[in-house]
Design a protein around this ligand. Sequence first.
Ligand code: FO1
Length: 315
Amino acid sequence: MKVAALAGGVGGAKLAHGLDQVLPAGDLTVIVNTGDDFEYLGLRISPDLDTVMYTLAGLADPEKGWGRADESWICLDTLRLLGGPTWFRLGDKDLALHLERTRRLGQGETLTAITGDFCSTLGVRSTILPMSDERVATKVQTEGGELAFQTYFVALRCEPEVRGFRFEGLDSAKPAAGVLEAIGEADLVVLCPSNPWVSLDPILAIEGVRSAVGQKPVVGVSPIIGGRALKGPAAMMYQQLGFEASALTVAEHYRSLLDGFVLDHADLELESQVQVLGLQTCVTQTVMNDYHDRRNLADTILEFAQQIQERMRST
Ligand code: FO1
């Protein structure tokens, strides 16, 4: 089964890793949000792309989920001593990647090509694609005005109350080479358990992506479990925007695209309401504490997708 997975940062990367482990080599393409990308210390940082790449390479920091395991912080500590900006923490190994990416972008290479080369070097089996090679910058609209995503997320620790979002550059952004092809060739599209507002919506907003996804069997996995996000501000964003934070709200968010929806055991009581939306459901453990959980969830999703496809064929 060929799978195209749409993913943001840590939660999405974990499921993408599970899929990478259980699918035959070459059958998975992960299409990653680049709305979080920004320039910092003169370098181009692509946090979600790197989180997915490091995770699939088995190199991600197991505690934080982003950055590299066994990292050193000599540059950051020296920068701090010199009075430079250190609010966004870049480890030494990670920094090398940003330096090289920025150098190659400066020579006119695409983010897609550079990411492909890094993935080969780091031993990633699956294809990882940025959503676009053009810059799209997520802006968070708050009571106090509009903020660049990483300012809101890291510098201000998601404290300002959210009013909405804007994806700057969207009008002129095209899907990266291979994105529409991977979706077109896929037997299944998986919406990973990433933040719907700031991780998956930017991908789906890129020209042609939503309609390509809509033509495929689509399974979504809720990033909200028992009314809370395991990591990040997704639940808080729903509440601040006037919605109840729940797996049901996430299913409604993607409703027009979905065929099936995966909920955690903790949300069993929401299953019938998700079915009322016209979706097939699968209740399972979606919390991924270790590699085994990632593979288990991926296997469960693939079995669920097969059931969905059989039902589609028989109706
Ligand atoms: N998140 C933080 O909360 N603080 C950081 O200092 C930080 C640094 C960082 C460096 C490289 C990288 O790839 C990710 C990093 N992140 C950090 C995570 C990142 O801000 C978010 O995970 C995503 O943008 C949201 O998905």
